[in-house]
Design a protein around this ligand. Structure first.
Ligand code: HEM
Length: 221
């Protein structure tokens, strides 16, 4: 299964399915926040309107550009475009992480400290992974760059797994799951996404190099 998901087409398709709930939720809020038409459940985030707005905007951008960046054929054919969209991806990831941490600091949490600690750690981890992805590409180490970019995406979009687990519960019961058990499930789903990305990376590192000039060793220009 992991080998299957390490191939480009299934990986991108799986990512699109996986991330659609948080991306769509964030997209809807991009329009709701300026008009104040957000749902009652989310109204408490309005104490930090700027952080909330840039957070959902960055989440949509990061969520949509990520899978496109991982399409090998596009990287080959449109290298310049990959570099431009890569910068937008990194910028949106940085804004996502910083605004997430800012929301964490400003909004009164409705969850146990477990979730808040996890959000804080994942927010920081996202910023670190993006910095390492950029450092790797400066060293012309394509494999390390790809690995850190995938890790950054998994950290940022760990919410996808959370949504896949929580959304059906919300649809069936009419209210979001609450309590310690649901918070453990929340963090576990996020962590599992990161573990899944790590396993996919391990399998894909056995596949042949993408570029003829790309080898397994770091290169410097
Ligand atoms: C490491 C990454 C992330 C961190 C640390 C983070 C952090 C946060 C925090 C602290 C909140 C406020 C939660 C609350 O008090 O209820 C929040 C809300 C939100 N985040 Fe993120 N987030 C991250 C990634 C994302 C991504 C990738 C998306 C979308 C693609 C996203 C979409 C949202 C949305 C839509 C809300 C509002 C939820 C609501 O209406 O209750 N977040 N985030």
């Amino acid at each position: 299964m992991f080998r299957f998901f390490s191939r480009p087409a299934p990986l991108v398709l799986a990512l699109a399915v996986f991330t659609c709930i948080p991306v769509l939720t964030a997209l809807v809020q991009v329009f709701q926040i300026p008009f104040g038409t957000y749902p009652e459940d989310s109204a408490r985030l309005a104490v930090a309107p700027f952080a909330w707005f840039v957070h959902v905007l960055a989440g949509v951008t990061f969520g949509i550009i990520g899978p496109v960046q991982f399409v090998r054929a596009l990287r080959h054919r449109f290298g310049a475009l990959h570099r431009v969209s890569g910068r937008i991806f990194v910028l949106s990831g940085v804004i996502l992480g910083i605004s997430g941490l800012s929301l964490l600091a400003q909004v009164t949490s409705q969850r146990t400290p477990l979730v808040d600690i996890a959000r804080g750690l994942f927010g920081l981890a996202l910023l670190i992974a993006l910095a390492l992805a950029m450092a790797a590409i400066r060293d012309r180490d394509f494999l390390r760059h790809r690995a850190w970019a995938i890790r950054a995406y998994a950290i940022g979009m760990g919410l996808g797994a959370v949504a896949l687990v929580f959304f059906p519960i919300y649809i069936i019961t009419g209210q979001p799951p609450n309590g310690v058990a649901s918070d453990i499930l929340f963090v576990a789903s996020w962590v599992l996404t990161i573990v899944f990305a790590e396993v996919v990376l391990r399998y894909s590192s056995h596949s042949p190099p993408e570029f003829p000039h790309e080898n397994r060793q770091p290169q410097r220009l």
